[in-house]
Design a protein around this ligand. Structure first.
Ligand code: GLC
Length: 668
């Protein structure tokens, strides 16, 4: 270092003093930290001293720039960041599950975000109780030194689907069959309204996965196997969800998930629990990864995505949660994503058995916020140690916090940390239910038809109905409905298929329902077994979510096959309705059915099905997933898919009849 000779005395003194300070600072940075075990505090009752000290030293400030709403979010974030202690910064990077949080810790540790996982409802599960719960947590956040509002997140993946009384829309597989981007955008808008009404301004949706193997338990969360369709509908949903003005009381931020390649994993590669394909390994080259799975993210970023969630899965053996190339170089660099990246549920834990090393790898890879979700003090201590040890650069922390704060300013959270309570009355409104009913109608795919059975005349004399799914809101809603895995039964207000039939038929129609298809005791005036003019049987899958739905046996159960056989014997015409989160094996069923409808997972508005069955609306749905003839055909090789003969799928992508069309039975 060459210094000019002409410096005068005072400058020399100053210069010497500066050198001394510089030496102290450098000495502090260069000391080689001994390996520090992550200390696990027995309690976080005593907040980190630097927050307390900072609070004491803080003189009453005139309005700081970060509190000035006329300034740009990035400017406000920069000002706020400059005032924050390391503890406050790491608090912003910590996303805690609400059942794990000690409320006082929100204030003491400056926690920046909370979530309700699937089923994370308050004791009384109703919209007002949700609002009260979220407001309660927010109040603790506003008690912090800098009063940075909490961001509360939830999986409102088919409507605000954890909340009793909210409208549950058809799952994404059904929306894919509608091919209606405008409808999907409107569903995003209504979902934002019902979610914001409860004080929640962050939705972990849309899932823009491109499922390539329908044995995956998350197939139904995807719009389609087709990249272009996922790209179009995922973008439409996000635009609807975020609205024209993120600061509006009914706008919330979406989350493009799960980055990257969550739907391309190989069967048998999962290392999580007894999962088979969920959270597995996506074994494709980069060109394929980019061609199949990346376009939906490009479109989501173009549409203003403000958060991206990282996938549990791996790419060619490396966990996505430590994929620095894809997260930092591609997502943030090449694609220019300026929002924040959030881990999935304890996804960082899967990176390395040594939690300290896992935290270092994941945060350095570009993850900005850790969905911990429970052991938050351990995470905070690990990341604090990592920064102090120099294993995670301060600049990485600042980049993460700057991104998080910028989004909070963009959302207007500092000006409006609480919901507009007038929105509460819109949750579950008739208008919202009508939109969901339209989505159900447009999602139905007529797979097989004799050309005459449908539409059913509402004046039909005798109708029999069978199947457990015919009168069960829980079954017709599927996973991510009130509970994480969903649940059979009357889980939330809505209309079952049976109720839809009851509301449609004429007063003179005799309707008999038996979930097992037992109609022995139904006789005519002469005491002979009564034959139904039309039988309707509802079969399919029971609710599941994530890897618990991984299955290599997508066939109907014995009880369901028996119910079909029984009602077949007592019906002139038989309509089969399949409720499922993916195509299932129904090849052998076709000769028995006069009509067969894929109804997917329609949610709370079952009347959408009867609207079409009884002819008020035509079938318009088209398959967004290829339908297999047998399990042997899976996984499909989409690049080389036969189009005819027994090697061809049962029904191709894009297939769907109208009631004026008929289909022949398959040869094999
Ligand atoms: C889950 C899912 C993710 C969801 C998150 C929070 O494990 O993978 O899609 O958003 O946890 O519930």
């Amino acid at each position: 270092m060459i210094f000019s000779q002409h410096r005068n005395k005072s400058q020399l003194i100053t210069f010497t003093a500066l050198l001394f300070i510089l030496f102290i600072l450098l000495a502090g940075c260069q000391e080689q930290p001994e390996e520090t075990a992550v200390s696990i505090p027995t309690s976080s009752a005593n907040p980190p001293t630097d927050i307390a000290e900072a609070a004491n030293s803080e003189a009453a400030e005139e309005t700081r720039p970060y509190l000035n709403p006329t300034l740009a979010p990035a400017e406000r974030a920069a000002d706020l960041l400059n005032q924050m202690t390391l503890a406050e910064k790491i608090g912003q990077m910590t996303l805690v599950e609400k059942n794990s949080i000690i409320e006082e810790n929100i204030t003491e540790l400056a926690i920046g975000a909370l979530l309700s996982g699937g089923g994370g409802y308050p004791a009384d599960n109703n919209p007002a109780a949700w609002l009260e719960m979220v407001n309660g947590y927010q109040a603790y956040a506003l008690e912090t030194r800098l009063a940075i509002p909490l961001l509360y997140g939830v999986d409102a993946v088919h409507g605000h689907s954890n909340v009793e009384g909210a409208v549950l829309f058809p799952h994404n597989i059904a929306l894919g069959a509608t091919r209606n981007a405008n409808l999907v955008q409107e569903i995003g808008r209504v979902t934002a309204l019902e979610t914001a009404a409860t004080g929640i301004f962050w939705n972990y949706a849309p899932t823009i996965t491109v499922p390539q193997d329908i044995r995956w338990g998350r197939t139904y969360e995807g719009y389609s196997e087709n990249t272009e369709l996922v790209t179009e509908l995922g973008q439409a949903y996000l635009i609807g969800l975020q609205g024209d003005d993120l600061t509006a009381v009914d706008s919330i931020i979406g989350t493009a998930k799960h980055f990257l390649g969550d739907g391309g994993t190989t069967w048998g590669t999962s290392t999580t629990d007894d999962y088979q394909i969920d959270q597995g390994d996506t074994q494709v080259n980069e060109a394929t990864l980019r061609a199949v799975h990346l376009p939906p993210y490009i479109a989501a970023i173009d549409a203003g995505a403000r958060s991206v969630m990282i996938s549990f899965s791996s790419w060619n053996g490396t966990k996505m949660h430590e994929q620095q190339y894809l997260i930092t170089d591609v997502l943030k660099g090449e694609l220019g994503f300026t929002g924040f990246v959030v881990s999935d549920w304890a996804g960082i834990d899967q990176v390395d058995s040594n939690y300290y090393e896992a935290v270092v790898a994941a945060i350095n890879a570009g993850i900005d916020m850790n969905m911990v979700p429970g052991k938050y003090t351990i995470f905070i201590d690990a990341l604090t140690a990592a920064v102090e040890n120099g294993d995670v650069p301060q600049a990485r922390i600042d980049d993460a916090v700057r991104r998080i704060l910028t989004v909070k300013f963009e959302l207007g959270l500092f000006e409006r940390p609480f919901a507009d309570e007038s929105l509460l009355q819109t949750v579950g409104s008739d208008a919202h239910r009508e939109l969901a009913r339209q989505a159900v109608r447009e999602s139905l795919v007529l797979l097989h038809h004799d050309g005459a059975t449908l539409p059913i005349d509402r004046g039909t004399a005798v109708i029999f109905v069978a199947g457990e799914g015919a009168d069960d809101i829980g079954i017709q809603s599927g996973g991510w409905s009130i509970e994480w895995q969903g649940r059979e039964g009357n889980i939330t207000p809505g209309t079952t298929i049976l109720e839809g039939i009851e509301n449609t038929i004429s007063a003179n129609t005799q309707l008999n329902y038996n979930r097992f298809g037992n109609f022995e005791r139904i006789t005519d005036d002469s005491g002979n077994p009564l034959m139904a003019d039309v039988g309707i049987v509802v079969v399919g899958e029971r609710p599941y979510a994530e890897g618990q739905g991984d299955s290599n046996n997508l066939t109907l159960t014995e009880p369901e096959l028996n119910a079909i056989e029984r009602i077949r014997a007592r019906s002139q015409k038989l309509v089969v309705i399949v409720l499922s989160g993916r195509p299932i094996i129904i090849t052998e069923l076709l000769p028995t059915a006069d009509a067969l409808v894929a109804a997917w997972l329609p949610g709370t508005e079952g009347s959408g099905i009867t609207d079409v069955l009884f002819g008020d609306y035509e079938f318009t749905g088209k398959l967004s997933y290829t339908w297999p003839r047998s399990m042997d055909q899976l996984p499909f090789d989409f690049a080389n898919l036969p189009t005819e003969g027994c090697a061809a799928p049962l029904f191709p992508f894009g297939y769907g009849l109208t009631t004026s069309e008929s289909s022949s039975l398959p040869d094999c």
